[in-house]
Design a protein around this ligand. Structure first.
Ligand code: BGC
Length: 518
């Protein structure tokens, strides 16, 4: 069927018994806190880099441009500095590499081990940053933060999708995104208050406070149960059965357990999951592992998340007003994620993707026109009328809401639920790596883009939003209500992907023969 469509348990798939137990809910909330550290970091760097005392100490050339040259520099270009962007983006490169290493640890030592390591390394990075006396220490700290994030983002979404009963998988997985948004908001709020500290050392508190979400996550992870899927994968069958009985809260879990064992047996035959990813039958999953995070970043959301205060300052808000506006957009981001949590397992993934995309597109066009009319190419609006400024913030918030109930949470949910066990850990690393490469890319080039595209900045992202909506419409099958180890069926039913996926029981189809030859 063109346009994806859906199959659910009622349409020939499996329906395991089992409810959402308090144990699973609490475990998902605790594991979901992994998002806190990622979010805290996203939110903190933008605010810190707009604090004059921080700029003065570490990036004096930017400080000079900003404070002393007002008027003589184009407003769109005054924050453009290579070391400043290196500070923001070094973390994402470290996370990229770390997620590849984490793939092995998550598979061989379990999901929890990667989570514990992630939290601990992040903590180390936060301490280094808070104590920084030079740019080197600052960047070193960010590298540790990045390694921590690489481990956490690789393992937490898998953990959540495996532990959750399939009917609630969407909502429970999205706790990760929800805590990302709480982390961002928390960071924005702290920046707002710490920026006011006299003596200009508030940035140390902003950076150092990252240990708080890290400690919450590390402490929680100690008490988490490992997922049955991971226990089976590591040969601990009895323990896995007991775990499954306990988390599903019913006396008989045989059907689900047997399917998990079968999935694990199939996965054990595969020696090298990385090489395996190249196989034709995994083409759909690998395509999504690459394109979903790519598109998520090309929505342009992180332009707002990283640089909201800088962006608001550029368009004429004062220091405090800028940080306050960032707090407002952070709050909208957080609350709108709840909409997705409440609806994703009923409405499905596709509708949320498509609606969110349309909403973001409209806002990007409105924002571009509003900035073009008032700021022109010099970026200098003179005195910005209050109503105009409020209108701009409102549209930025509607845009943020669109992202927050679509590409934000779905960007983590969909990849984590479509990979079969044998490639899950490796494919999730690809997802995280691509996410980090493009987060890096956006962080790295945004200030230059702002300087050269000026008010046209958002049009660049709007074009991608159109492409991604078309892509989702035609190529993403609905994954709502399908058990995770049964997901293979969705590709066989899909008008396009079915050509890559052999029919069940592997009869000698053309695709199979080609695969065997390969
Ligand atoms: C993305 C981040 C983004 C955040 C905003 C996450 O899903 O991966 O890059 O900053 O959402 O809420």
């Amino acid at each position: 069927m063109v346009g994806g469509g859906g199959i659910g348990p009622s349409e020939g798939g499996k329906e395991y018994p089992g409810k959402l137990t308090a144990k699973v809910f609490v475990a998902c909330v605790v594991a979901g806190c992994g998002g806190l550290i990622f979010g805290y970091d996203i939110g903190i760097s933008g605010g810190v880099t707009s604090m004059p005392s921080f700029l003065k100490q570490f990036f004096p050339s930017v400080y000079k441009k900003e404070e002393l040259d007002v008027g003589s520099t184009n407003q769109y270009c005054k924050f453009n500095s290579e070391t400043l962007t290196m500070f923001t983006s070094s973390l994402y490169l470290a996370a990229l590499v770390a997620s590849l290493v984490a793939s092995h640890i998550t598979k061989l030592c379990g999901r929890r081990m990667s989570m514990l390591l992630g939290g601990s390394l992040f903590c180390l990075g936060a301490v280094l940053n808070a104590a920084a006396h030079n740019v080197l220490m600052l960047i070193l700290g960010r590298i540790f933060l990045g390694i921590g994030i690489g481990f956490t983002n690789q393992s937490v979404p898998i953990y959540l999708s495996e532990l959750a009963p399939y009917k609630y998988r969407g909502s429970l997985n999205m706790i990760f995104q929800f805590t990302i948004t709480i982390g961002i908001l928390f960071a924005n709020l702290l920046n707002y208050f710490f920026a006011k500290i006299e003596g200009g050392w508030g940035w140390r508190l902003s950076l150092g406070f990252a240990v708080v979400p890290a400690l919450i996550f590390i402490f929680g992870s100690f008490f988490l149960p490992e997922t049955p899927n991971s226990l089976i994968q590591r040969g601990r069958l009895e323990e896995a059965k007991e775990r499954l009985l306990a988390i599903r809260g019913i006396p008989n879990v045989d059907e689900e357990f047997n399917d998990l064992v079968a999935a694990s047996d199939a996965s054990a035959k595969i020696k090298d999951p990385w090489w395996n990813l190249m196989k034709r039958k995994y083409r759909p999953q690998v395509t999504f592992a690459i394109l979903i995070p790519f598109f998520q970043q090309l929505t342009g959301m992180n332009v707002i998340m990283f640089y909201a205060p800088v962006l608001f300052k550029t368009i004429g808000f004062g220091n405090n007003a800028s940080l306050m506006s960032a707090v407002i957009s952070g709050l909208v981001n957080c609350l709108s994620t709840l909409v997705s949590i409440a609806t994703v397992d009923r409405v499905g993934r596709r509708k949320l993707f498509l609606e969110g995309g349309a909403q973001m597109f409209i806002c990007q066009i409105v924002i571009t026109i509003a900035i073009a009319l008032k700021f022109g190419t010099s970026g200098n609006p003179g005195v910005l009328p209050k109503g105009y400024a409020i209108g701009l913030v409102v549209f930025i918030c509607i845009y943020v809401a669109g992202f927050a109930w679509s590409w934000g949470p779905l960007g983590w949910l969909v990849p984590s639920e479509i990979f079969p066990l044998e490639i899950r850990s490796a494919a999730q690393s690809i997802n995280v790596s691509v996410n980090m490469i493009f987060t890096f890319f956006i962080a790295q080039i945004f200030l230059q883009m702002l300087c050269s595209f000026k008010y046209g900045l958002f049009i660049f992202f709007a074009c991608f939003v159109v492409v991604m909506n078309v892509f989702i419409y035609f190529f993403l099958p609905e994954t709502k209500g399908i058990p995770i180890e049964e997901m293979a069926g969705i590709w066989r039913e899909h008008w396009y992907w079915k050509r890559f996926v052999p029919a069940e029981k592997d009869p000698p189809t053309k695709g199979n023969i080609e695969m065997r030859k390969a």
